[in-house]
Design a protein around this ligand. Structure first.
Ligand code: EPZ
Length: 417
């Protein structure tokens, strides 16, 4: 099992460039199944998750060439209709091929994604959307099969019980080629949903309201491939901003859309961290000792759940008591026990939905394990601050979502291998 070894205590300094957004790229690659001509995607990070969804598309008959940070995707004339378990097991985001496959071929069989460390991760809202667009749903052999009716998919008004990012994306992709108008109510407003909507619109889809709670999609009969650049990764940007704060460093984070990290900028400011826009990027100057704050994760534009583990590491070394409430996933405190092994004083309360962090403590290096992508990132951040040596195991979780993480941190002066 691969691991990272970090010798902490050094303030980070310098400039780091954020890569393209993993969570924008994954649905956009899935959506490249929709047109009947090739797409060229620009600034695509070289990540395991990107390779996995490309494998799914290749399995479905697509041809994909990578040239530098560009991907050229030739959609198949007639996509195969099944995305097998092996790929969907590796990454639940493979389920995002459901909508495009159903729209293109009139049916789709996708393995049921397992749960993962942070929760059961159900897909009921995805399937509610497909069903309301006129598809029949069948289960069997660990797969779910959607079959459009004889008239194909029909636009419909769909209310999402929770503003699910994936369900919003899957429905938007399917509705793009449905006949009639689809309205998604209580839709997710994340920037990655907006980026997907912009990509679909560039291909000829008719979409209004992406980035708000109500998205209207008027179906068209076909889409054409385009060249498209994806947005920068706001979660990677936020992770580096917290790295600067926790090490008391001075880092310029480049290639970031300020609006997308507003909740983190606000929280870091409350904690005493100096955050300023500087020639197109964000400059973060950490404080010798930050002040604790309370925070609650919420769907966008609230504080992102994907930065909750990272800011918890910062709270562990900040003065006071901070309460973190996780409202998006039911089990996203797997990093707590690992941070406690490094000396953090954290207590999970409120039926596992809240954590009370008391600080400051002097974190000490230890052997810890990443349980999921962002928990792993939090352990790296804690290791950058801790005295002595921290070894982070199960590092494959981390490398799924952070392109060239070791090189980027070394470039900021971190002692990491
Ligand atoms: C996306 O996952 C992201 N992944 C996640 O990032 C992110 O944490 C999450 O959105 C929330 O922002 C990608 O975009 C590939 P959801 P997704 O559907 O779409 C419940 C990372 O670290 N729900 O918005 O799976 C679900 O149980 C990853 O990069 C249903 O109940 O998230 C959860 O509690 C982790 N039924 C909540 O909604 C459904 O049908 C949020 O899930 C779907 C979801």
């Amino acid at each position: 099992m691969e691991h990272l070894v970090i010798r902490g205590g050094k303030p980070l300094s310098g400039t780091v460039r954020v890569s393209g957004s993993k969570n924008a790229v994954l649905p956009i690659i899935a959506a490249s199944l929709l047109p009947n001509s090739p797409c060229t995607l620009v600034d695509i990070p070289d990540l395991a998750d990107v390779q996995t969804i490309c494998q799914v598309l290749i399995h479905l008959g697509a041809e994909i060439e990578r040239s530098g940070s560009n991907l050229v995707i030739h959609p198949p004339e007639k996509p195969a209709a099944e995305a097998p378990y092996d790929f969907v097991r590796q990454m639940r985001a493979s389920f995002l091929v459901m909508g495009p496959l159903l729209a293109r071929t009139g049916q789709a069989t996708v393995s049921l994604p397992g749960g993962c460390a942070i929760g059961t991760r159900p897909i009921d809202l995805h399937l509610k959307g497909m069903h309301m667009l006129g598809a029949d749903i069948e289960y069997g052999y660990g797969c779910v099969r959607t079959i459009a009716g004889p008239k194909g998919l029909q636009g419909e008004r769909i209310y999402l019980d929770f503003p699910s990012v994936g369900a919003t994306e899957n429905i938007m992709m399917a509705a793009s080629l449905a006949s009639g108008v689809t309205v998604i109510e209580n839709a997710a407003e994340e920037p990655e949903v907006v980026d997907l909507a912009n990509f679909l619109s560039a291909m000829g889809a008719k979409i209004k309201g992406a980035g708000t709670k109500v998205i209207k999609i008027t179906g068209v009969t076909k889409l054409k491939g385009v060249k498209y650049s994806v947005i920068p990764d706001r979660i990677e940007a936020g992770t580096f901003m917290v790295a600067a704060a926790i090490t008391g460093g001075d880092v310029l984070v480049e290639n970031v859309i300020i609006d997308h990290v507003k909740p983190l900028i606000a929280k870091l400011g409350e904690m005493g961290v100096i955050v300023n826009e500087e020639n197109g990027g964000i400059r973060v100057v950490g404080c010798t000792e930050c002040r604790s704050v309370d925070l609650k994760t919420m769907p966008y534009p609230g504080f992102p759940t994907d930065l909750q583990p990272q800011i918890m590491a910062l709270l562990a070394v900040s003065r006071g008591t901070g309460i973190v409430t996780e409202t998006v996933f039911e089990n996203r405190f797997m990093h707590v026990s690992e941070l406690k092994r490094m000396g953090a004083r954290i207590k999970v309360v409120g039926a596992g939905r809240s954590a009370v962090i008391q600080g400051p403590v002097n974190l000490s290096g230890a052997y810890v394990k990443a349980t999921d992508l962002r928990a792993g990132a939090a352990l790296v951040l804690a290791g950058l601050k801790a005295s002595g040596e921290t070894t982070v195991g199960n590092v494959h979780h981390i490398l799924r979502g952070y392109e060239h993480l070791v090189e980027k941190l070394r470039g900021l002066g971190a002692d990491i291998n």
